[in-house]
Design a protein around this ligand. Structure first.
Ligand SMILES: [Zn+2]
Length: 83
């Protein structure tokens, strides 16, 4: 894990350092998922099997035919299908 300190510019943007882009495998023009929890912000590559296809959570994922679905959404979908 690598940490850097970056300034947020006056248009609310941050620059992801090249070394982190390289090491994380994120390429220019690709999509990322930005999530926050209280005062923490997480940026992850948008890969359909690493985030829930419904709520974009990356916690407690289950692989479903190559796509990620979180346990909460799986329970909801199952409940909706059972009436
Ligand atoms: Zn979900």
């Amino acid at each position: 894990m690598r940490s850097v300190i970056q300034e947020i510019d006056n248009q609310d943007r941050i620059l992801i350092p090249e070394i982190i882009m390289e090491e994380s495998g994120i390429i220019k023009g690709s999509d990322v998922v930005i999530t926050h929890n209280d005062c923490e912000i997480e940026i992850i590559k948008h890969e359909s099997n690493r985030i829930c296809v419904f709520c974009l959570s990356n916690e407690k994922l289950i692989d479903f035919k190559g796509k990620g679905i979180c346990k909460s959404c799986k329970r909801y979908v199952k409940k909706e299908n059972n009436g």
